[in-house]
Design a protein around this ligand. Structure first.
Ligand SMILES: Nc1nc2c(ncn2[C@@H]2O[C@H](COP(=O)(O)OP(=O)(O)O)[C@@H](O)[C@H]2O)c(=O)[nH]1
Ligand SMILES: [Mg+2]
Length: 302
């Protein structure tokens, strides 16, 4: 399956919420004023957010008044173009070859797909000929280290680990040191999503950043927040909290295949303006796709 078909499949539920509802709203008739309320509702129900929805529907109505919107296809083409423009500023792939090792710190609450995403990213780099090392900084549960090692084994990649309950920052430090000593291209640090309190978690992550920065100037080079699309609009609050504490440099959105609320990507782009590096559309290795604004908007409305 090609990349575009994968995104299209992954966004099927959200597309149902948007493209299909637009078809219903218009019912094959020339577009009339009533259609706009239904389009607005469809966007809101996909978690596109009130502000972005109003911008889009407002602009659509303007064009309709000028006689440029007559059919469902006109609406869809308009949406593809406008949503594509809205998402374009957050389309920015990670650039890893300016640093060696490139140190990537992953963050995110429990269960969002951090460890799985790390495996997928590691595989991408490995396949492009880069050497990859993993750091098991989720020392909160023994199972977390085992899960990371399981993936690493399948990819023939090494993992730097300490025993359960040890200091995550110490693992991060050792892993960075090892990556430097071994001439590794990409070091990816896995972290815990849950500690005893949220304040603890943020402090712990800050400490990891500090310690890594001490071992290597400018590291971590990417602070990547992983968010779960099935949380819809709540993702925005989550991203804000992490960003305020830890200066997020990129976002990965996982589990788009499991939700009709994929519209939340619009307020993410509009309000947060943090680059979206990849989107996840399934549990397999090749279900992580570099974010493309154009493909994404096409997959939503085509
Ligand atoms: N459907 C779907 N499941 C995913 C995706 N990414 C991760 N998962 C699943 O989410 C669950 C939690 O993932 P995990 O990597 O352990 O999360 P972590 O706690 O953040 O490290 C696992 O069952 C993964 O297979 C995705 O893009 N789509
Ligand atoms: Mg994990």
């Amino acid at each position: 399956m090609g990349i575009f078909d994968k995104i299209k499949n992954g966004l099927a539920r959200t597309r149902d919420q948007l493209a299909t509802k637009i078809e219903w709203a218009v019912k094959g008739q020339p577009v009339d004023e009533d259609a706009f309320d239904e389009i607005e509702e469809a966007l809101i129900l996909s978690d596109a957010g009130i502000e972005t929805t109003e911008i889009l529907v407002g602009a659509l109505k303007e064009r309709w008044k000028r006689g440029q919107i007559k059919t469902t296809d006109d609406i869809k083409s308009f949406m593809i173009e406008e949503v594509g423009n809205l998402l374009m500023p957050v389309e920015a792939p990670m650039v890893i070859n300016k640093h060696k090792p490139f140190v990537l710190l992953t963050l995110g609450v429990n269960g969002v797909g951090k460890t799985t995403t790390i495996a997928k990213i590691a595989r991408t780099y490995k396949e492009s000929g880069k050497s990859v090392l993993l750091g098991a900084c989720d020392t909160f549960r023994a199972a977390a280290v085992e899960q990371l090692e399981e993936w690493a084994k399948r990819l023939s990649i090494d993992v730097v680990k300490h025993k359960e309950g040890s200091d995550p920052a110490a693992v991060a430090y050792d892993a960075t040191k090892a990556a430097k000593a071994r001439g590794i291209d990409v070091l990816i640090l896995d972290t815990a999503g849950r500690l005893h309190t949220k304040a603890n978690l943020m402090e712990e992550m800050k400490k990891i950043k500090r310690v890594v920065g001490k071992e290597m100037d400018g590291a971590p080079h990417e602070t990547l927040l992983i968010v779960d699309a099935t949380n819809g609009q709540n993702v925005i609050a989550q991203a804000r909290t992490f960003n305020e504490a830890l200066n997020i440099t990129g976002i990965v959105i996982t589990k788009l295949d499991g939700t009709a609320k994929g519209g939340f990507i619009l307020p993410i782009a509009h309000l947060l303006k943090i680059p979206i590096r990849y989107v996840g559309v399934g549990e397999q290795f090749d279900d992580l796709i570099p974010f493309s604004a154009k493909d994404f908007s096409k997959a939503l409305f085509e």
